[in-house]
Each structure stands twice: as structure tokens, then as C-alpha cells.
Design a protein around this ligand. Structure first.
Ligand code: FES
Ligand code: FES
Length: 161
């Protein structure tokens, strides 16, 4: 049985009204209903971090979050982090430092990294590794990701959003 209900979501500053089964996750709402496929579905059970987005500025796993829970909150996805047509400094640093290989985990890594810098939890490489540990990378691009995040922090660019 399907229980469709009107769900109002604001994603990357854009309001939209969707008719969704109450059990639809934020991840599926983003990908399947709003066409925002930058957010990836890795495990769909909270284990990989590929689906990381921000809700009211805090990172959440969108596969474990119901879309309906996000009504009245600001959802930000990887499609929404660029400013004035320029990539976010974390995106630039990931490119400059080769912080990815296949790229599947990258949107989630970048959403986590932006939040981690905002939370001021990127003081040392150990801290970066610890607070990025929920984001897995099958390609093992971790050292370059840490270098990219360290670079953004050292340039004081993290909050330039
Ligand atoms: Fe959400 Fe893996 S898809 S944690
Ligand atoms: Fe391939 Fe991370 S770059 S999974």
C-alpha cells in the first residue's frame, strides 16, 4: 500500500512540492523525483557516506533520512555548493590535489569535507581522517583527499561560501 502525501522540499534554495510515499528517503526524492543525481547511492543503508548532503548546514546520510522529515529545512546537495558560477574551494582543491579516482564517492566526500571545515574539525590530518571516516572510498584516494582538505583549511577558504 502506498501512502502518498504532499511534501514540500527546499533544495539548493529552490522550493518544490512533491507527491511522495511517506516512506521515500531524501536520497530517492533527490535522485528520482528532483533529478539531482549528484548525490550517490552506494549502500542505501548508512554505511558508505556516498549519499551525504546537508540539512540546515549539518551533514546527514540522505539514505537514512525520510524526505518528509526535511520539510521546512534547507537541503543542500553537491549541485548547490558552487557560488556565482565558481566551484566551491573544496571542489577546486579536490581537483587540484587529485582527491578522487572513479569519482563515485566524491560528492559525499566533498559534502562531508565542507561540513567538517565549518565545524572546525579539520585542525590536523588525524582529525580530518577521523571526521571523514564515515565516507568510504573504494579507490583509496584518502591521502589526496586529506591533502585537499588541509589545503583549504590552511588557506582559510573553508567558509568562503
Ligand atoms: Fe547512504 Fe551509503 S548510500 S550511507
Ligand atoms: Fe572511487 Fe572514491 S574515488 S570510490
Amino acid at each position: 500500500e502506498v501512502f502518498e502525501t504532499v511534501t514540500e522540499l527546499t533544495v539548493n534554495g529552490r522550493p518544490s512540492v512533491l507527491s511522495l510515499d511517506t516512506r521515500v528517503t531524501l536520497l530517492d526524492a533527490l535522485r528520482d523525483h528532483l533529478g539531482l543525481v549528484g548525490t550517490k547511492k552506494g549502500c542505501d543503508q548508512g554505511a558508505c557516506g556516498a549519499c551525504t548532503v546537508h540539512v540546515n548546514g549539518k551533514r546527514v546520510l540522505s539514505c537514512l533520512t525520510l524526505a518528509a522529515q526535511c520539510e521546512g529545512r534547507a537541503v543542500t546537495t553537491i549541485e548547490g555548493v558552487a557560488r556565482a558560477g565558481a566551484p566551491h574551494p573544496v571542489q577546486e582543491a579536490f581537483v587540484a590535489r587529485d582527491g578522487f579516482q572513479c569519482g563515485f564517492c566524491t560528492p559525499g566526500q566533498i559534502m562531508s569535507a565542507i561540513a567538517l571545515i565549518d565545524e572546525e574539525r579539520a585542525g590536523t590530518d588525524d582529525e580530518i581522517r577521523e571526521f571523514m571516516s564515515g565516507n568510504l572510498c573504494r579507490c583509496g584516494a584518502y591521502p589526496n583527499m586529506v591533502a585537499a582538505i588541509r589545503e583549504v583549511v590552511s588557506e582559510g577558504n573553508g567558509n568562503a561560501v
